[in-house]
Design a protein around this ligand. Structure first.
Ligand code: G3P
Ligand code: CA
Length: 248
């Protein structure tokens, strides 16, 4: 069955990438979460889409320049709705506390702006501490991050993200099968428009899963389900859960 992977939590109903957004998605019976992880100045793992907090909080600045305690003083809810006033930036461990019974824990790591942050190692070790490693898939637009994951633990599942003009799309367009083998990836996470039934079949033939994003129209969810797509990363987990369970 095609898995429903909630993009930044239920981000249309609660502020994206926060505990309320993840908790709301859980209410719908999702299979998986997608989120974005960054390192603070003092080496803590926090969840936020952007490198900075300007658009999703009442603060400003790059996460890498702020300590965890400094970040926690800001309000990551009011910009979305006063109903969420006081919502904090989540530490990765707070999110992992919610992940029991979740079969796809998709953590995206964006290319750090500073080299040698060791973020992949820190994410993998924390997920292992929570005994959730078997459900982890680390995705990135940066194939070097995915290679780092394999260096930390070759059993880490990795997903290659790409989009028009983003990620190593030219090399993937040239030969996505060769690319998958070269980087030992377990899944492609393509921009949804790149996927058709043949694409999914070709990936499945070599044991690679397909989890496109961002799959929001209901008819697209249904089509991908019928093509045997492994997962859909969506902003509408409530709709997707209904579509994937139709006739079951
Ligand atoms: O992981 C899928 C998607 O989240 C990648 O793009 O910009 O939403 O992180 P973005
Ligand atoms: Ca993401």
């Amino acid at each position: 069955m095609t898995k429903v992977i909630s993009h930044r939590g239920a981000n249309k109903l609660a502020p994206q990438n926060t505990i309320p957004a993840f908790a709301k998605a859980l209410e719908f019976g999702i299979d998986g979460f997608e989120n974005d992880v960054h390192l603070t100045k003092d080496g803590r793992l926090v969840i936020c889409h952007n490198y900075d907090i300007d658009q999703t909080s009442n603060g400003t600045g790059l996460i890498q320049d702020l300590t965890f305690d400094e970040l926690r003083k800001y309000d990551f809810g009011s910009y979305f709705s006063e109903d969420f006033a006081g919502t904090k930036i989540p530490a990765l461990e707070e999110f992992l506390d919610l992940c029991k019974g979740i079969s796809v824990i998709n953590i995206e790591i964006k290319s750090p702006k500073q080299p040698n942050t060791d973020i992949a190692r820190k994410v993998i070790n924390m997920v292992k501490d929570f005994n959730l490693f078997d459900n982890l898939i680390i995705s990135s637009f940066d194939e070097k991050i995915l290679l780092e994951c394999k260096e930390v633990d070759p059993k880490t599942r990795t997903g290659m993200l790409y989009a028009p003009d983003e990620g190593p799309y030219e090399e993937i367009f040239e030969d996505k099968i060769a690319f998958a083998k070269k980087y030992d990836i377990q899944a492609y996470h393509p921009f949804a428009m790149f996927v058709d039934e043949e694409y999914i079949q070709e990936c499945h033939d070599i044991g690679v899963r397909v989890n496109p994003w961002t799959v929001n129209p209901e008819d697209a969810m249904r089509t991908l389900r019928d093509w045997g797509c492994d997962g859909v990363i969506t902003d509408y987990p409530d709709v997707a859960v209904k579509v994937m369970r139709e006739g079951k």
